[in-house]
Structures are given as structure tokens and as C-alpha cells.
Design a protein around this ligand. Structure first.
Ligand SMILES: CC(C)(COP(=O)(O)OP(=O)(O)OC[C@H]1O[C@@H](n2cnc3c(N)ncnc32)[C@H](O)[C@@H]1OP(=O)(O)O)[C@@H](O)C(=O)NCCC(=O)NCCS
Length: 197
């Protein structure tokens, strides 16, 4: 099966991601287009959406999965990214390596288990290596079992575990993946990527 992926510009992509997020009951704080815009503006980023036939109308193609990532700079001024840097300072050399932060993403329930997230991740990896990034970093929580399993299948290694003493499900997990030509050679999905306005 070939995956159809759309790569978006910031303006339209932010609106599309805001729309997608409403389908995820797992997300407590759904991102708005304004927040996405604020985070990504002036920063190298990649907004990808996977399309697939609608369940009730197979002739009609709709957005079913998304993945948004951005560069992590050696010196961040945005408070959430400063916080991220401080938390990872003891295990990630942000000054020496170019880091691409895989910020948000997911697949709508009805389309899970069809390889959409693998396809988006492989596309992000290919793009990031082409744009001279050394590694991907991602954050999740202990309680997100599907995401943890998926990142395991996608060969992300654990960087750090941050225990939440009140609720272990809320403990944070940071994972990473070094980008090499070999990683790209091992990719398994067929993808067609089109650029949206
Ligand atoms: C996690 C999630 C993105 C997976 O999306 P998906 O499109 O179903 O994933 P894919 O079909 O591309 O699967 C990728 C790999 O992960 C594995 N995988 C996916 N979901 C899994 C699960 N629930 N349990 C075990 N393995 C799983 C697949 O078997 C596949 O491995 P393979 O390619 O080696 O066969 C999706 O379940 C989701 O959006 N969940 C909610 C989002 C979420 O919890 N976010 C938390 C904030 S970080």
C-alpha cells in the first residue's frame, strides 16, 4: 500500500492540525492554530498529514494522521522549549548536534494499525536527514501505551525517564533516534508526498 502524504505550509498547516486535534480524545490540551503558529513561526519545521479514503465514502480522501516537528536550537527563548532543553541537558548535546523535535502527532481511531504513523515518521526522518539533522527527539508519557509501543516498533531509544511521584502514569519519557543513511535504507513504507499550498 502506498501512503499519500501532504506537506503543509505554516498558515494552512496550523489550521489543518487544529482541525485534526479535535478527533483525539487522548489529548487534554488540544493545540490551536494560534499556538501552532506561535511555536513554528521563524523556526524550521515540517507539517505532514496522511490522507486515506473516508470510511463511509471510499471515493473521498480525508486527513487521517498527522505529525508536526521542528528544530530545537542551541539557545531557546520560548519558555516550553527552554524547559525541554534544561530537562535534556544531562543526556543530549544540543550544542553539538542538530536536533529535530517531533512535537505532536497521531492517527485517528478508525485508521489506526494501517501504517499511517510509520509512513509519517519515515517521511519525517527522510526530510530531517536531508536537512542535515543528526537526530530526532520525542516526548511522551508513561500512560500512553499505544504511543510507547509504536515508538518501540519505530526503533526509538529511551533517553530519559522523569518520574512523577504523585502519578506514575504522568511520568515523562523522552526518546530519540539517531539519523543515518542506514536508518533511511531500512524504511518500509511506500509514500507519495505532495506539497499543499
Ligand atoms: C500511537 C499511534 C500514533 C499509532 O498510529 P498508527 O497509525 O496506528 O500506527 P502504525 O499503524 O503506523 O503502526 C506503527 C508501528 O507501531 C505498532 N503499533 C501501533 N499501535 C500499537 C499498539 N497499540 N500496540 C502495539 N503496537 C502498536 C504497529 O504494529 C507498527 O509496527 P510495525 O510497523 O513494526 O508493524 C495512534 O495509536 C494514536 O494516535 N494514538 C493516540 C495518540 C497518543 O496517544 N498520543 C499521546 C501523546 S504522545
Amino acid at each position: 500500500m502506498s501512503h499519500l502524504i501532504q506537506q503543509y505550509s505554516l498558515e494552512r498547516g496550523s489550521l489543518e492540525i487544529e482541525y485534526m486535534e479535535q478527533y483525539f480524545e487522548e489529548f487534554r490540551d488540544r493545540k490551536t492554530a494560534a499556538e501552532i503558529n506561535h511555536r513554528l513561526r521563524g523556526r524550521e519545521h515540517l507539517i505532514l498529514i496522511s490522507l486515506a479514503p473516508a470510511v463511509d465514502d471510499p471515493d473521498h480522501t480525508i486527513p487521517v494522521a498527522f505529525k508536526v516537528g521542528h528544530e530545537l536550537r542551541p539557545l531557546e527563548h520560548d519558555p516550553p522549549l527552554q524547559d525541554l532543553q534544561q530537562r535534556l541537558a544531562d543526556c543530549l548535546d544540543i550544542r553539538a548536534r542538530r536536533i529535530f523535535y517531533s512535537w505532536i502527532g497521531g492517527t485517528r481511531k478508525e485508521w489506526r494499525g494501517q501504517g499511517h504513523y510509520r509512513a509519517l515518521t519515515e517521511q519525517q526522518e527522510e526530510w530531517a536527514l536531508r536537512n542535515a539533522y543528526d537526530e530526532l527527539v520525542v516526548k511522551t508519557k508513561n500512560k500512553f501505551y499505544a504511543m510507547r509501543a509504536t515508538l518501540d516498533h519505530l526503533h526509538f531509544d529511551v533517553l530519559k525517564f522523569e518520574r512523577n511521584r504523585l502519578d506514575n502514569g504522568e511520568s515523562k519519557m523522552y526518546l530519540h533516534k539517531r539519523l543515518t543513511a542506514e536508518v533511511i535504507r531500512r524504511h518500509r513504507t511506500l509514500r507519495m508526498v505532495i506539497e499543499a499550498a
